[in-house]
Design a protein around this ligand. Structure first.
Ligand SMILES: NC(=O)c1ccc[n+]([C@@H]2O[C@H](COP(=O)([O-])OP(=O)(O)OC[C@H]3O[C@@H](n4cnc5c(N)ncnc54)[C@H](O)[C@@H]3O)[C@@H](O)[C@H]2O)c1
Ligand SMILES: [Zn+2]
Length: 376
């Protein structure tokens, strides 16, 4: 029996933060990163809830690790919150999920209302039961997956994303695209997730470049914020694939921003999954799914192989307009230990939870080959 549910109540548009004015006489624990404190976002939000008793925890860095979660649990311990507010990108929202999740067993957090306010249009974490936490010693990112991690409320105010710099707009936007495409071709895709994924893909192709060129374009920011959330809803139900499995380990070992790693991998993963260069065999189901996306994006062809190429070309030209690196070498990271690490990375990617729903079951050798190509 299949099911589809959305647990999180969503408020969206430029006035959506007004929801916070409905909070009354409560203890509010805020998780945020130091940049969002220094750029005034914290003040603008605490102004809306000035009558509440507020405590702020701002020790979150990108790709949160276990020590940040432990610090957060220490900070929340004696506060007895009624509401936990996560204000930030995926890193802040994921860390907050982990603080609530691991804190629950030692603290009384059962009746806490969890409100997530994303400030990047990227992870969709505001509506997902995923939280990605890094084990800094091992250099591995672990996706925790549990319905208990789902926020009760998500507030999508595009004004909060106007300050996102160009390169982070590009990285996070390609994360949205990867979520939607992986959800669409996932083995758990269904009519409900398809609808969300396709709408999200269309919005990315229409509005990401606009956000990149003019960060103050509020309509484009709003559309990307909605696209991010819709892709989150799609993959929360359909899950993801090896694009994310490999991005997780590349992020863990080389600290490549999550969206950038996904963006670099995307054309290579589509080529691998679709396998349309093998003219001897019939086109796969995965190739047909990518072809459907190409048709939604405007391809007039009925030929699956050429539609897969059309989709890859669309992605590559979008990446060019966003000045994104095409491969790992172009990111200028130090790859001197790559050859030593690639087999271990392939093994870890193979065992990542996202691999389970990839449309093609890869071998370790397949992933090594993909890593070799992505390095270039
Ligand atoms: N939970 C999920 O479902 C899910 C899905 C995909 C990725 N992730 C995880 O989320 C993390 C990445 O999140 P992200 O891509 O949103 O980036 P991020 O949260 O790491 O933020 C990146 C940078 O952008 C800055 N920033 C955030 N909002 C800003 C704003 N409005 N203006 C200016 N700067 C701003 C932050 O301070 C930070 O320096 C990774 O750890 C990734 O693995 C989680
Ligand atoms: Zn992602």
């Amino acid at each position: 029996m299949k099911s589809f549910k959305i647990n999180t109540e969503i408020y969206f548009d430029q006035n959506s933060l007004d929801y916070l004015k409905t909070l009354n006489n409560l203890n509010v624990f805020i998780v945020i990163d130091s940049f969002m404190v220094s750029n005034g976002t914290l003040d603008s939000i605490t102004e809306l809830i000035s009558s509440q008793n507020i405590k702020v925890f701002s020790d979150i860095l990108p790709d949160p690790d276990i020590s940040m979660v432990t610090k957060g649990i220490d900070s929340i311990k004696d506060f007895k919150p009624d509401v936990v507010l996560a204000i930030g990108g995926g890193s802040v929202i994921d860390a907050t999920k982990a603080i609530i999740h691991f804190g629950k067993s030692i603290l009384n957090l059962d009746n806490v209302k969890f409100i997530s306010i994303p400030t990047t249009s990227g992870t969709g974490s505001e509506v997902t039961s995923f939280s990605v936490i890094t084990d800094a010693d091992k250099g591995i990112k672990y996706p925790l997956v549990s319905d208990e991690l789902l926020p009760d409320i998500a507030i999508l105010d595009p004004n909060l994303t106007k300050t996102v710099p160009k390169h982070i707009t590009a990285d996070t936007g390609l994360d949205v695209l990867t979520h939607a495409i992986e959800a669409y071709v996932s083995t758990k895709a269904n009519d409900f997730t398809d609808a969300l994924a396709i709408k999200s893909i269309l919005l990315v192709f229409e509005y990401l470049q606009k956000c990149y060129e003019n960060g103050q374009d509020l309509k484009a920011r709003e559309k990307m914020h909605n696209a991010s959330c819709m892709a989150g809803m799609a993959f929360n139900s359909a899950s993801l694939g090896i694009n994310h499995s490999i991005a997780h380990i590349l992020g863990g070992k080389y600290h490549i921003p999550h969206g950038r790693a996904n963006g670099i991998l995307l054309p290579y993963i589509i080529e691998f999954n679709a396998n349309v260069k093998d003219y001897k065999s019939e086109v796969s189901e995965a190739a047909k799914r990518y072809s459907e996306i190409a048709i939604y994006l405007g391809s007039n062809s009925k030929n699956v192989r050429s539609n897969v190429k059309y989709l890859i070309n669309k992605i590559v030209s979008l990446q060019k307009t966003l000045n994104m690196p095409k491969n790992l070498k172009e990111t200028k990271i130090d790859l001197s230990n790559f050859e030593d690490l690639k087999f271990e990375m392939a093994e870890i990617a193979l065992n990542d939870k996202c691999t389970l729903t990839n449309p093609i079951k890869p071998t370790k050798e397949d992933i090594v080959k993909i890593l070799d190509r992505v390095k270039e």
